[in-house]
Ligand binder design. Structure first.
Ligand code: HEM
Length: 211
């Protein structure tokens, strides 16, 4: 577990759409409770959390996400059930969007500290629902960050921060609620989500040790 988890909590993010009671489910409640502390750390510590963020922070933020996402997307694309099945929204490769957004600035991913895919049982779709909850949820802060940065970082379009598809998150939550039901499945989903958050937190910690 990253050392940062033992530090005091940051304030919670403002959660608007995600707190809509229509999307409540036992698995979502469990995922929120299992990952709330980890999200608060990312919310205050990612490069774009800096109120004076510059273009260099934008690049560092996206590169870190790409390094984290690349092995996860590769692993997820090998399945066709659970969150990769027909009932869930189709996989989006967010690394492609990051690559296109950064253009020539994009650099291949840094050495990985940890990959959440390594901990999964091959046929455990519930674990993948948890991992995908984190990947899809990571899009939700984009709108907030775009509003804060678009003028300061103009004329760059900050396309990655605007790539959230309307309706995708509720669709994902509804599909997850119908597929992840038993206590065992909910535990697996929480394990996947915690491992996915920890993989990014370790990247962050490695970066901070370098700086
Ligand atoms: C500067 C960094 C970040 C900020 C400012 C931020 C902000 C936010 C905000 C405002 C929401 C709520 C959106 C809404 O309700 O409409 C949210 C939700 C969420 N974010 Fe972040 N976020 C950040 C980074 C991340 C990262 C890197 C991840 C994943 C690794 C992540 C995962 C999630 C998840 C899973 C949710 C859904 C929580 C729920 O169930 O309600 N966030 N974030």
């Amino acid at each position: 577990m990253p050392e940062a988890l033992s530090q005091p909590l940051a304030s919670d993010v403002t959660q608007s759409q995600t707190r809509d009671a229509r999307y409540a489910s036992p698995v979502l409640t469990a995922l929120r409770s299992a990952t709330k502390t980890r999200h608060a750390i990312l919310d205050r510590s990612m490069p774009l959390s800096d109120p004076e963020a510059t273009w260099a922070h934008y690049v560092a933020h996206l590169q870190m996400l790409a390094a984290w996402l690349e092995p996860l997307e590769q692993w997820l694309s090998a399945f066709n059930d659970g969150p990769q099945g027909k009932q869930a929204p189709a996989l989006i490769r967010y690394t492609d969007i990051i690559r296109a957004d950064l253009g020539e600035t994009y650099m291949p991913a840094d050495k990985l500290c940890h990959n959440a895919a390594q901990h999964a049982q091959p046929d455990d779709a519930a674990y993948r629902w948890g991992v995908c909850y984190v990947i899809e949820g990571s899009q939700l802060g984009g709108e907030f960050l775009y509003k804060r940065l678009s003028t300061r970082l103009a004329p760059h379009p900050l396309k990655y921060l605007q790539c959230k598809q309307a309706g995708r998150w509720p669709e994902f939550l509804q599909a997850m609620a119908t597929e992840v039901i038993s206590p065992g499945q909910i535990n697996s989903a929480c394990e996947g989500a915690v491992n996915a958050f920890d993989a990014l937190l370790l990247q962050l910690q490695a970066r901070e040790n370098i700086l």
